[in-house]
Design a protein around this ligand. Structure first.
Ligand code: FDA
Length: 314
């Protein structure tokens, strides 16, 4: 219940233009910007440096250019060209070739066919260099279209792409069967969005139970599953089920967000599990940042401290 209230509160704040302006002027300052804990930088150079540090800790990565809900098809096409340019620069830097993106960045809220074209352009550029492309999952009104776009390109022969399913949603069990039948890769998450009762579980307990159920199906029937959570209980359940069923440590991986539970990230990698870090960067960091606060309101204290010390310094 509290989880739903906190998500809803931060969802409302995320729509505030004045809060966005305030956050934008302080959040990513080079010295002590409070959003830097969760955002790897505003430029690709900064993000690549963060990725190099992550690799030096023995972790894998996926790089995400922040942005969602573009308002014109020209903008969506421009984002897809930016992604293609980014692939070249990632290749030149020598970091791991793995990216995540959101389809509303590529025009999903405007036109599905154009979104397919935009994603195809990225996948074509990604294929020769051996990139893997993960399509993040957004809020429930976009799920049908996201899966349709994904399947269209999967059936066209692009198998360097995977999706995300959210345990909070009632539909995810059926969606998992559909994606497993293709043999495609799934990242399992709890779900970051405020969703109505009609489509989603509202209590943490129910979301967690669904996560464990989906995790078991994924480890039994899926293709190189990604278990994306910071929750020690979900991680323990995954390790126990994998050990019981003889699923090798290299047949699946854990994933966590940049800046969250670094201790646990290193501990899991030290135990020999694959551990991938989701590394977001770019100037459009505000909605992503607000979702992180909604997941753990205790982070607000940390941010207020950052703002006060930042103001004191200037
Ligand atoms: P839960 O929220 O129950 O938290 C468990 C514990 O983890 C907390 O008690 C705390 O210790 C720690 N924790 C969690 N969040 C924290 C935070 N922000 N700051 C500090 N500590 C925190 N969602 C989505 O809808 N679509 C997507 O495509 C993705 N993609 C994605 C990729 C990756 C790699 C990850 C790890 C997560 C996502 N998510 C996502 C987000 C996901 O749905 C979910 O909102 C967060 O992972 C938080 O849920 P947990 O499983 O960590 O559990």
């Amino acid at each position: 219940m509290l989880d739903a209230i906190s998500k809803s509160f931060f969802h409302t704040l995320a729509g505030s233009a004045s809060l966005k302006r305030f956050a934008s002027s302080y959040g990513m300052r080079r010295n002590g910007g409070f959003a830097r804990r969760f955002i790897a930088g505003e430029t690709l150079e900064e993000a690549i440096a963060a990725c190099q540090a992550i690799q030096a800790r023995g972790l894998f990565l996926t790089l995400d250019l922040l942005g969602e809900s573009v308002t014109s098809l020209n903008e969506a096409a421009a984002v897809s060209r930016t992604y293609v340019g980014m692939l070249e620069r990632v290749t030149a830097s020598g970091i791991e070739r793995n990216i995540s993106l959101k389809l509303t960045q590529l025009g999903l809220a405007l036109d599905r066919a154009s979104t397919v074209d935009n994603l195809r352009r990225i996948l074509e550029a990604a294929l020769p260099g051996g990139f893997f492309v993960r399509i993040d999952m957004e809020n429930s009104p976009f799920i049908d279209d996201t899966l349709e776009v994904f399947e269209t390109l999967w059936r066209a022969g692009f198998h360097n792409v995977g999706v995300v399913l959210q345990s909070a949603l009632h539909r995810s069990e059926a969606d998992l069967k559909r994606v497993n039948a293709l043999g495609a890769r799934v990242r399992l998450v709890k779900g970051a969005y405020k969703e109505p009762r009609a489509v989603a579980f509202q209590s943490k307990h129910e979301v967690d139970e669904a996560f464990v159920r989906l995790m078991k199906t994924l480890l039994s029937e899926g293709t190189y599953p990604a278990i994306a959570t910071h929750d020690p209980k979900m991680i323990a359940a995954t390790k126990a089920f994998a050990a019981e069923r003889g699923v090798a440590k290299n047949a699946y991986e854990f994933q966590m967000l940049y800046g969250v539970r670094r201790d646990l990230q290193s501990a899991l990698a030290g135990e020999g599990y694959g551990m991938r870090i989701y590394v977001p960067f770019g100037t459009e960091w505000f909605p992503y940042f607000m979702r992180r606060l909604g997941e753990r309101p205790a982070n607000v204290g940390f941010i207020v401290k950052g703002i006060l010390s930042d103001r004191g310094a200037s």
